[in-house]
Design a binder for this molecule. Structure first.
Ligand SMILES: Nc1ncnc2c1ncn2[C@@H]1O[C@H](COP(=O)(O)OP(=O)(O)OP(=O)(O)O)[C@@H](O)[C@H]1O
Length: 243
């Protein structure tokens, strides 16, 4: 049997200033699952995500991606396996053309022509912007930049896609179109978001963390239908939205 895409066991972490941000987090995501990671500001979501690609080193506990432990000797392969799409595409796009940006990751991981060009084309097709290949990433709309940032990660064929606030700063049409793209990918996903309707639309399962611990883990629809849970953890559905 395949190992789970993500297995976090007993993860605890304190920042160098002594602030304890995670207290024994457990999280298992099977291949093909789409999971939303919810929680108020300061809950520990980003801190958790930065353990998945080895930016932070666990104080205690383990993280495995597709069965491989996040540890120094395996960091290059871990970074290929964990495709983080940052909230700000500026963090991800820096080459002269879109095609160069999408090729950058797989080229770094040793992919060569003709496979490299195929990866670029497949990734841009998957996010619905094949026509942008020769454009400068600097001169794209926010929605286009978000899609290109996603393509840069897809081109590395990650085990798990980690999306940080994918719907932020998108107009309603770009937001819906991105949801359609994400649903069409058929990939394992962990989506960090404050956009609860987006979590409901995209992720059958949600995990709520608060003050560094997992406080709920279950079907998104059930969690969002629990007003006490939402109120306890500063989660709020938009006015008039019913689950
Ligand atoms: N570099 C740091 N040094 C010390 N404490 C930090 C550092 N970065 C984050 N923290 C603290 O760790 C806790 C968790 O922060 P984190 O950024 O993981 O929360 P978050 O759930 O991602 O919040 P948000 O929804 O606002 O992005 C917070 O109390 C935060 O103040």
């Amino acid at each position: 049997m395949n190992p789970p895409s993500l297995e976090v066991e007993g993860l605890a972490f304190a920042y160098p200033d002594g602030h304890q941000a995670l207290f024994g987090v457990d999280l298992r995501i099977e291949r093909g699952e789409r999971v939303a990671l919810l929680g108020p500001n300061g809950a520990g979501k980003t801190t958790l995500v930065l353990h998945l690609n080895g930016v932070h080193r666990a104080g205690a506990g383990t993280v495995r991606v597709g069965g491989l432990e996040v540890a120094k000797p395996y960091l290059q392969e871990i970074r290929r396996r964990v495709g983080v799409v940052f909230q700000d595409p500026d963090d991800q796009l820096f080459m002269p053309t879109v095609a160069d940006d999408v090729a950058f990751g797989p080229a770094n991981f040793g992919v060569v022509e003709p496979e490299l060009s195929l990866r670029v084309k497949t990734a841009l097709d998957a996010v619905g912007v094949p026509d942008l290949a020769d454009r400068s990433p600097m001169h794209l709309s926010g929605g286009q930049r978000r899609r290109v940032a996603l393509a840069t990660v897809l081109a590395c064929d990650p085990e798990i896609l980690v999306l940080d606030e994918p719907s932020s700063n998108l107009d309603p049409v770009a937001r819906r179109e991105l949801a359609e793209v994400l649903l069409g990918l058929g990939r394992t996903m962990l989506m960090v978001t404050h956009d609860l309707p987006y979590a409901l639309q995209l992720c059958p399962r949600s995990v709520v963390i608060d003050e560094g611990v997992v406080v709920a883990d279950g079907p998104t629809r059930e969690l969002l239908a629990d007003p006490d849970l939402l109120a306890r953890h500063r989660l709020e559905l938009p006015f008039g939205f019913s689950v």
